[in-house]
Design a protein around this ligand. Structure first.
Ligand SMILES: *[C@@H]1O[C@H](CO)[C@@H](O)[C@H](O)[C@H]1NC(C)=O
Ligand SMILES: *[C@@H]1O[C@H](CO)[C@@H](O)[C@H](O)[C@H]1NC(C)=O
Ligand SMILES: *[C@@H]1O[C@H](CO)[C@@H](O)[C@H](O)[C@H]1NC(C)=O
Ligand SMILES: *[C@@H]1O[C@H](CO)[C@@H](O)[C@H](O)[C@H]1NC(C)=O
Length: 409
């Protein structure tokens, strides 16, 4: 029997968003600001034309992609692979991936992890800052993490979901259970890719990919909820005044296609000035450059800087089979070019997510409450809009005899 499950996990500690480093505006905020409500056209739709994807000969590629050892890496007993997957030989278009097997690769599901942006690297973000098998120390050495739940496949997220499907061909995905996970703008990629996979499974009458569910964190799900939740978050966390918030409530209509009035814009600028230059991924943490101790309960805002240095080391790129065509550098975690040219952005993924649930997929939506970029209040508005039945009402979720968060199923 297939069970449709949506659970929302609200994490009440640390930032779960991966932080893209460097002061200044974060990529998602810049992306959303770059479009007025009017220009936010519904490019993406949940229905796709069936198109056979390009799959080149795979013989020997997996072996060639095996990563023998990364510079500074501790001894491990799992295999790792990385390299490029050709998705369009005529356009010379490839996708970069990194794949770490879990130690028990027979019984663990395959997890595809996607960071947001759009245009940020999944390996350089989540992959190297806690979700993959290694993190980077300030001295540039790698250290192991123990928290890989499944077998992790990470990709540069600057991709079209249609292409991502093809990248799975190098891995024995057909029999393995698979989950798609991601955060922030991947609140778009993950449901869209899942929808494409389910649709192609139906069209071909085969389980081409044995997809079981998706999980998305601090995810951009619905643009109206995003805006409404954002300003409410700022107000309820004492980052803007009641007066400013009230002005936004009174004068801003965030529904798709609505005109944004000058009065609304003025209140939004007022809010921006009021918040000031805080670290947006964790409102209670200092910036990396701050002279305060940078570590807050195992979370280091400077980690993206260490990763950037590490992934720019030529020997590291060679070991990862990356940058084989001498791409002009340096490597950056997010691509402003991808972000500026990204057109495929739909207003809401709620209908897609509901369809996935109706198809029997498990859906987990989680949100850390110290991230202001995609706020917990936005997530809660979207959950309310889904209007699904509550199977298990809100309850505290414990970890190490402490309340770690709250769950609704
Ligand atoms: C190797 O894998 C086993 C489990 O299969 C584990 O108990 C052991 O600690 C691992 N060794 C290292 C060095 O990671
Ligand atoms: C899938 O099954 C349906 C109904 O049995 C059939 O009409 C269709 O041709 C099948 N498609 C393929 C690609 O085999
Ligand atoms: C916020 O401002 C509005 C409008 O000025 C006022 O009606 C309301 O009582 C204020 N709320 C709080 C919590 O101060
Ligand atoms: C690619 O490698 C070249 C050296 O061959 C280096 O100069 C360049 O910075 C690298 N590009 C990226 C994006 O890291």
């Amino acid at each position: 029997m297939r069970v449709a499950t949506a659970s929302i996990l609200l994490l009440s500690f640390a930032c779960v968003a991966v932080c893209y480093g460097g002061r200044g505006i974060d990529p998602l905020t810049e992306f959303i600001k770059g479009r007025s409500a009017k220009r936010w056209a519904n490019y993406g739709t949940t229905k796709h034309e069936y198109k056979a994807v390009y799959v080149g000969a795979q013989e020997g590629l997996k072996e060639a992609d095996m990563v023998l050892s990364l510079p500074g890496q501790p001894q491990v007993n799992f295999s790792q692979y990385s390299g490029y997957v050709t998705v369009d030989p005529d356009a010379r278009r490839t996708l970069f991936y990194y794949f770490a097997e879990s130690q028990d690769s027979c019984s663990t599901p395959l997890v595809l992890w996607l960071n947001g942006g759009p245009g940020c690297s999944s390996l350089g973000s989540g992959g190297m800052t806690g979700l993959g098998p290694f993190r980077v120390n300030p001295d540039g050495k790698l250290f192991g993490t123990t928290n890989i739940a499944g077998t992790m496949l990470q990709m540069l997220s600057s991709l079209n979901p249609q292409l991502a499907l093809d990248s799975l061909t190098r891995i024995e995905y057909k029999t393995r259970e698979m989950y798609i996970a991601g955060e922030s703008y991947a609140g778009h990629y993950a449901p869209q890719l899942a929808s494409l996979i389910m649709q192609n499974n139906k069209i071909t009458n085969q389980t081409v990919v044995n997809l079981k569910g998706i999980t998305i964190g601090n995810a951009l799900i619905d643009i109206e909820d995003y805006h409404r939740g954002y300003y409410e978050y700022l107000w309820t966390h004492a980052l803007i005044s009641n007066k400013t918030h009230q002005g936004i409530v009174d004068y801003c209509n965030f529904s798709p296609g609505a005109d944004i009035s000058d009065r609304c814009m003025n209140y939004r600028y007022e809010a921006e000035d009021a918040v000031g230059d805080i670290y947006p991924y964790h409102i209670y943490a200092p910036w990396c450059s701050s002279s305060y101790s940078s570590m807050i309960s195992g979370y280091d805002q400077c980690s993206s800087d260490y990763v950037k240095s590490y992934l720019n080391i030529p020997q590291v790129q060679t070991a990862l089979h990356a940058n084989v065509t001498a791409i002009p550098g340096p490597w950056k975690v997010c691509s402003p070019i991808v972000r500026r040219h990204w057109k495929d952005s739909t207003d809401t993924l709620l209908p897609t997510i509901k369809e996935l649930m109706a198809d029997g997929l498990r859906v987990r939506i989680y949100s850390g409450d110290t991230d202001s970029v995609v706020s917990i209040t936005a997530t809660m508005y979207s959950m309310a809009k889904m209007e699904t039945a509550v199977k298990t009402p809100w309850y505290p979720w414990d970890t190490q005899q402490e309340v770690g968060g709250y769950i609704v199923e």
